[in-house]
Ligand binder design. Structure first.
Ligand code: PLI
Length: 470
């Protein structure tokens, strides 16, 4: 029983709760496995939670990507899918929603976010050019590297410190960025790659002040500023709640203003947009759009479907409108904050401040006795699964991969295990169960040993690598 949910009358007095702005119409049963079943399952999965079968998982916090519950309106929209090869009506609905809420005039759909990352990297990066960004993301950096680019992390230093309480830890350090531009020359910078609520830093937002200054710096050197808008609605919510001057603006207004400082964006619709598949790439410049339309037909599909079914574009267009409602985003981030606060109250080491989509357990402080190259975050994810059937994800040395030049492991400062909350899927009671399992694993931490990697894929190794306990 969670101590948090059963307070005395005195402690409850004066309290006014809010609740999710929806009720549940359909449910999907989940079931609990026995410890013996989980031991077998995790061993068969090579201690990699990506390799578990979802039927062996109790509460699935692997990712918030494509795992949202759609609304009845979205499901109704699926029935209106116009599956014409060209010029589907759903494409125009999607285009209109992106123009209205993100403000970019030109858009191509893609099958998901990495499809868009591929196109923008191919279109804009020349071999040997630098791509500065606010911390890497796995697929984003890989596409930049495959196009011949060199990613350079220019996020503020606080982002690498899990205990630093800066409210906008996703901000770019403008001095670091300008130093890089001066050193390498503006012509050798492909573009600035800015992400909202920076995933690998713990879902940390970027402030409006930062993007405004960034715009000025990019203008000074005539460099493009491109946005990974994947979780920008969550970012807009943090601006509304934490940045001076934005408390009275709607999340939709903040989102539109933020995007107005950028030249274009790519999107994994599987997150903010409340759908299970899809993405897009949108820009302001007509010439660049022309190039993207040429590329999309080669790699994704015709420019009016780009790898998506008509029904999926319709669900996404509706999801965009739902996602920017203040009530929705407050409940979404509110649930993440609820879980985070429980863990903070119980002195469990997590990345702070709590971000928008996930709780990141700090595996360095969890398992100080396990060396980074013995994969502490990977082991922590396995231990959580063994304890309760909860699935989380490694976001540390395995995710960081190897340096393409030296072939050595990259050793990121952050060694984290991510508990990612799908949108509109789990209840507060599920969050209590998760917190209690984390506490149990934390209490047994000194007994836990590390892992050795026994199979390593060449690219994005975290998805399929296999491990054995030391
Ligand atoms: O999974 P995709 O291809 O739709 O999107 C790639 C992608 C791009 N940017 C960011 C910030 C992401 O978080 C992202 C995908 N993230 C996943 C799958 C995640 O579990 O976080």
């Amino acid at each position: 029983m969670s101590p948090h949910r059963f307070k005395t009358m005195g402690e409850q007095a004066g309290r006014r709760s809010w609740a999710e702005p929806w009720k549940i119409k359909m449910v999907e049963p989940i079931h609990m496995t026995s410890r013996a079943e989980r031991e077998k399952a995790i061993a068969e999965a090579g201690y990699n939670t990506f390799l578990l079968r979802s039927e062996d998982v109790y509460i699935d916090l692997l990712t918030d990507s494509g795992t949202s519950a759609m609304s009845d309106r979205q499901w109704a929209g699926m029935m209106l899918g116009d599956e014409a090869y060209a010029g589907s009506v759903n494409f125009y609905h999607l285009e209109q929603a992106i123009q209205q809420y993100y403000g970019y005039p030109y858009m191509v759909p893609t099958h998901q976010g990495r499809g868009a990352e591929h196109l923008i990297s191919q279109a804009l990066i020349k071999k040997g050019q630098y791509v500065p960004g606010n911390m890497y993301f796995t697929t984003t950096r890989l596409h930049q590297e495959l196009a011949g680019g060199i990613f350079v992390d220019v996020i503020i230093e606080e982002a690498h410190d899990p205990e630093a309480l800066h409210p906008f830890k996703g901000n770019i350090d403008l001095n670091k960025l300008e130093d890089l531009i001066k050193k390498q020359g503006a012509e050798n910078i492909a573009y600035v790659s800015l992400a909202g609520t920076v995933n690998m830093a713990g879902g940390q937002p970027v402030s409006m002040a930062n993007v405004k200054e960034l715009r000025q710096l990019c203008d000074k050197y005539s460099i493009l500023l491109l946005l990974d808008a994947t979780r920008m609605v969550e970012n807009a919510y943090f601006i509304q709640t934490s940045e001076e001057g934005y408390a009275d603006k709607t999340v939709a207004e903040i989102l539109l203003e933020f995007c107005s400082y950028t030249d274009g964006a790519w999107m994994s619709g599987k997150k903010d947009h409340l759908v299970n598949i899809g993405g897009w790439l949108a820009v302001r410049d007509e010439g660049l759009f022309d190039e993207l339309r040429n590329l999309v037909v080669v790699y994704e599909g015709l420019h009016t479907y780009g790898g998506m079914a008509g029904r999926d574009m319709e669900a996404m267009a509706i999801g965009i409108r739902e996602s920017v409602q203040d009530d929705h985003i407050r409940a979404r981030v509110g649930q993440v904050l609820y879980l985070g606060q429980l863990l903070i109250d119980w002195d469990i080491p997590i990345v702070r401040p709590v971000g928008g989509h996930a709780i990141f357990l700090d595996a360095r402080r969890f398992y100080p006795h396990i060396q980074q190259d013995e994969f502490p975050s990977q082991m922590l994810a396995a231990q959580l699964y063994l304890d309760s059937g909860i699935r989380s994800m490694e976001r540390g040395i395995v995710s960081a991969g190897r340096d393409p030049k030296t072939g050595q492991h990259r050793y990121p400062k952050l060694e984290l295990t991510r508990l990612t909350i799908p949108r509109r899927v789990y209840t507060e009671a599920h969050m209590d169960v998760v917190a209690e399992s984390v506490l149990e694993v934390y209490q047994n931490r000194t007994k836990t040993k590390g892992l050795k990697m026994v199979y390593e894929p060449t690219r994005l190794r975290f998805f399929q690598a296999r491990f054995e306990p030391l």
